[in-house]
Design a protein around this ligand. Structure first.
Ligand SMILES: CC(C)(COP(=O)(O)OP(=O)(O)OC[C@H]1O[C@@H](n2cnc3c(N)ncnc32)[C@H](O)[C@@H]1OP(=O)(O)O)[C@@H](O)C(=O)NCCC(=O)NCCS
Length: 273
C-alpha cells in the first residue's frame, strides 16, 4: 500500500566567506512544505563557522638571512606555478628559478627594502616581496636573472618583453649616483596560495613605501605581470606608465604568454614618493 506523501522539503545551503577574517560561514536551511497549502510548517537551520587563516596572525618583518631559504622557495613555487611569464614559458626549470630567487633574495637583504609575511600561528612564511635599489647604469634584467646564472637563455622571451616595456619611458634612465635619484625596483613578489587575497601584498607594499621614504628614495618602479599585483600596486598609489598586452607580444613568431588563465598584460608601474 503506497504511503501518502504529505510533505515535501526544500533544502538550501548558503555559504558566506569573510576573507579578511579568514572565516567561512555555512548555513544550511531546510524548509518543510505542506503540498496542498504551499506554506512551510517547519524549518531547520544549521550554522557552521570554519576558521582559516586570519589577518591578525600575519606579521610583517624585514627579509633577513634567517628567511632566505623559505623566501626563495615560496618565490620559486609561485613563479613556476602561477606567475604569468615564468609559468607559461616552456622549459621552466625549478632549479634555475630557485637559484635566481636565492640570489635575488640575498641582494634584497643587502638593500634593506624587502619584507616577508609570517603567520605567527604556524610560524610559516606566507608572503615575500623583494626589492632592490638600482645603481646608475644597471641592467635591470640582471635583477631577475643574475648574469652568472646557468640556464639564463631560458628567460629570453621574458627578458625581451621587459626590454620592450622599458623602451617606452624607462624611469631608470634618470638614475644617477645622487641618493635622491636612486630608484627602488620591486622585483619578484609572492603570496602563499592559501593566503591569497587577504591583503598581504598590499600591506607589504605599504611597509616598503614607508622604508623607501625613510631612505629618501624618490621613485619606486615595478614590472607587474599579474593583474593581482597590478591591483595591489594601484591601491598603493602606483600608476601605469606603459603596458604590453600578452596576446600582442610575439617572440620567435609565437605568442609566448597569452595562455595564462588570469594574466593579460605586463605593466610598467611607477610611484613618485
Ligand atoms: C600577485 C600576488 C603576490 C598577490 O598577492 P595577494 O597577497 O593575494 O594580493 P592582495 O591580497 O594584496 O590583493 C590585491 C588585489 O588583487 C586582487 N586579487 C588578489 N587575489 C585575487 C583573487 N584570487 N581573485 C580575484 N582578485 C584577486 C584583488 O583586487 C585584491 O584587492 P581587493 O581584495 O581589495 O579587491 C599573488 O597572487 C601571487 O603570489 N601570485 C603568483 C606570483 C605572481 O604572479 N607574482 C606577481 C608577479 S612577480
Amino acid at each position: 500500500m503506497p504511503v501518502p506523501v504529505e510533505t515535501s522539503s526544500v533544502g538550501s545551503v548558503l555559504v558566506f566567506y569573510h576573507r579578511r577574517q579568514g572565516s567561512l560561514f555555512i548555513t544550511v536551511a531546510i524548509l518543510v512544505f505542506e503540498p496542498s497549502h504551499l506554506y512551510y510548517t517547519n524549518y531547520g537551520l544549521c550554522f557552521l563557522r570554519m576558521s582559516f587563516h586570519r589577518m591578525e596572525h600575519i606579521e610583517y618583518r624585514f627579509l633577513a638571512e634567517m628567511y632566505l631559504n623559505d623566501a626563495a622557495k615560496l618565490l620559486t613555487s609561485a613563479m613556476v606555478q602561477r606567475e604569468p611569464f615564468i609559468s607559461t614559458m616552456k622549459n621552466t626549470s625549478y632549479e634555475v628559478e630557485y637559484s635566481a630567487n636565492y640570489q635575488l633574495c640575498q641582494r634584497a637583504i643587502r638593500d634593506g627594502l624587502s619584507f616577508v609575511a609570517i603567520d605567527t600561528s604556524t610560524n610559516g612564511l606566507v608572503g615575500v616581496a623583494t626589492s632592490v635599489i638600482c645603481a646608475e647604469g644597471e641592467d635591470e634584467e640582471c635583477i631577475y636573472h643574475p648574469k652568472d646564472l646557468e640556464g639564463r637563455y631560458l628567460y629570453k622571451p621574458m627578458i625581451n618583453i621587459l626590454r620592450e616595456l622599458h623602451d617606452h619611458g624607462d624611469p631608470l634612465a634618470g638614475v644617477t649616483a645622487i641618493p635622491s635619484s636612486l630608484v627602488a625596483v620591486i622585483a619578484k613578489v609572492a603570496t602563499h596560495v592559501d593566503y591569497g587575497r587577504m591583503g598581504i601584498l598590499t600591506e607589504i607594499t605599504r611597509h616598503k613605501l614607508d622604508v623607501c621614504k625613510e631612505k629618501c628614495l624618490s621613485i619606486v618602479i615595478t614590472d607587474a605581470s599579474s593583474p593581482y599585483s597590478q591591483r595591489a600596486f594601484e591601491k598603493c598609489g602606483f600608476h601605469s606608465v606603459y603596458e604590453i598586452q600578452f596576446d600582442k607580444f610575439e617572440f620567435e613568431g609565437k605568442n609566448q604568454f597569452s595562455n595564462h588563465p588570469i594574466g593579460r598584460c605586463v605593466k610598467l608601474m611607477v610611484k613618485n614618493l
